[in-house]
Design a protein around this ligand. Structure first.
Ligand SMILES: C[S@@+](CC[C@H](N)C(=O)[O-])C[C@H]1O[C@@H](n2cnc3c(N)ncnc32)[C@H](O)[C@@H]1O
Length: 232
């Protein structure tokens, strides 16, 4: 991914300016408001429930197992606050990565919790149970669509390697009514097929919510044998 670095520098500078201008708010990361940001987090974290084998993401009857999380493209760390607000999620360690040092400074100021660590990096450097990637690949500036799509696919392979149990990501949808210059709009079928073919046999595509993006999660832990035996 070395060839991408000048572009990532430019994207980091853009988000850095937003962090300075808007602080720890959804405007700094380009989301309309906290409602849509939270809805995205709900969709992305559904894989944790799927892995834990719970029927409802909001089941509080039994605590889920303890987990660690990589937040790739963490912005001001809103995901940490969201995970922490879910009583059934037992977060023991959270690594927030960003290419913008201004964003990370905003995150460190916003979230002061010993479980959180802020890392200036263009990809996760530590293994975690789950990796979550929200909005990270939205801005592609002037790079062509096909090159950016290939970059994302390489990134997903990396995410899988750094995630012991699973990872989830979202992308703006190619089906959105309006496309803004400099943003990338992904085809959900392309990325579903890529994940299914190259990463895991347990992949879910979520496209059932009223925002112009979609979410995919892939479980990366080895397939449970009994489920395979019960198949057709
Ligand atoms: C749209 S914002 C989303 C922030 C956060 N995930 C959220 O949902 O609130 C995208 C963030 O990803 C960061 N970013 C973009 N490309 C990245 C990369 N390759 N590695 C790490 N961070 C990246 C940007 O600097 C920015 O803070």
């Amino acid at each position: 991914m070395v060839w991408q670095e000048p572009l990532l520098d430019r994207i980091g500078a853009l988000y850095g300016q937003c962090a300075l201008e808007f602080g720890a708010t959804t405007s700094s990361v380009g989301w309309l408001d906290e409602t849509v940001q939270t809805l995205r987090f709900q969709k992305l974290t559904m894989m944790i429930a799927a892995w834990a084998g719970h029927r409802s993401v909001h089941s509080e009857q039994q605590p889920w197992p303890e987990i660690t999380v990589n937040d790739w493209g963490c912005g001001y760390g809103a995901l940490f606050a969201y995970l922490d607000s879910r009583p059934e999620i037992r977060l023991t360690r959270y690594y927030g990565y960003d290419i913008s040092k201004e964003m990370l400074a905003s995150a460190a100021e916003h979230i002061t919790d010993d479980r959180a660590e802020w890392i200036l990096a263009e990809a996760p450097t530590k293994e975690a149970d789950f990796s979550i990637i929200s909005g990270t690949f939205n801005v592609c500036l002037d790079l062509g669509e096909q090159r950016w799509a290939s970059y994302i696919e390489q990134a997903l392979v990396k995410a899988a390697k750094m995630s012991r149990k699973g990872f989830a990501f979202n992308l703006l949808s190619i089906h959105a009514d309006q496309h803004e210059k400099g943003l990338f709009y992904g085809d959900p079928v392309r990325f579903y097929n890529f994940c299914r073919r190259s990463i895991s046999s347990r992949v879910a595509l979520l496209n059932d919510y009223p925002i112009d993006d979609w979410t995919i999660y892939a479980l990366t832990e080895s397939d449970p044998e009994p489920a395979r035996r019960n198949g057709p």
